[in-house]
Design a protein around this ligand. Structure first.
Ligand SMILES: [Zn+2]
Ligand SMILES: [Zn+2]
Length: 255
């Protein structure tokens, strides 16, 4: 039996070589726009023009990071459950980001999870968690996981955990029901659609670490809210969330 640490060390040592092989085998084209990519780009995945077009969320609401309307308070996080204290997203879901998410989700480009984690690390400060923290990726249903072979949120959490030096907890949150079509549902219908989709295990006795939920895209916050409610009901104290991308506000999408 090979010790677990030795396997982990071996994986770590061979990673740069595997990356080099992957870069050699992959077409020298930007995953977002398919144009030729400059050799000197940091990861060889996204051209500098697309990288520049991925716009970070700047300022905004203290709780959710969304730009606040000129009058009245933030409407994005107002309906959120109290359990979800804080949420941030790294970049807006523009055309380039959408393409990255699509490739990450359906084409198995796991190195894109590293890119997503790099972008998160650059644009989002890790929340302060005096009692420690664990990253919890939004799970897929077992059926969907079997069909897709991997969970993109898990890949992002793994890469982000290495950068934030925060462990990933994979078996705390379970998903037993899928939203039929997250992308086609109207925002109002989505909340009730995902409510009750998650089950969470209770924290160990004593002081529980804070939870940072990780997902690829934040659309209305309904999925993250439902996960936060399940975790809070199970007894986890501090819950926040971070996503790679955030859907543009409706006004920006219509403009
Ligand atoms: Zn490009
Ligand atoms: Zn807000």
């Amino acid at each position: 039996m090979i010790p677990r640490e030795a396997v982990a060390r071996l994986v770590e040592q061979t990673r740069p070589t595997l990356r080099a092989i992957e870069r050699f085998l992959l077409p020298n084209a930007c995953v977002a726009c398919s144009r030729n990519i400059e050799r000197e780009t940091p990861d060889g995945l996204i051209c500098s023009a697309c990288r520049w077009r991925m716009k970070p969320l700047l300022g905004g609401c203290a709780r959710c990071g969304q730009p606040e309307p000129p009058v009245g308070g933030c409407r994005v996080c107002a309906p959120w459950p109290e359990a979800l204290r804080w949420a941030r997203s790294a970049v807006w879901l523009g055309p380039e980001t959408r393409e990255v998410v699509h490739r990450l989700k359906y084409d198995g480009f796991s190195t894109l999870a590293c890119l997503a984690a790099d972008v998160i690390t650059r644009n989002v400060s890790r929340p302060v968690t005096p009692d420690g923290a664990v990253l919890i990726p939004i799970p897929l249903t077992p059926d969907r996981l079997r069909r897709r072979g991997y969970n993109q949120a898990d890949r992002i959490a793994q890469a982000l955990g290495e950068r934030w030096r925060t462990p990933v907890a994979r078996h705390v949150l379970l998903r037993h029901r899928d939203a039929p079509s997250q992308t086609r549902l109207m925002a109002g219908a989505r909340g009730s659609n995902v409510a009750g989709a998650f089950l969470a295990l209770s924290p160990p006795a004593g002081r529980a670490p804070a939870i940072i939920i990780v997902d690829d895209v934040f659309t209305t916050g309904a999925t993250i809210s439902a996960a936060a409610v399940a975790l809070s009901d199970a007894g986890w104290p501090g819950i926040s969330a971070v996503t790679f991308a955030r859907a543009l506000p409706v006004e920006a999408r219509l403009a």
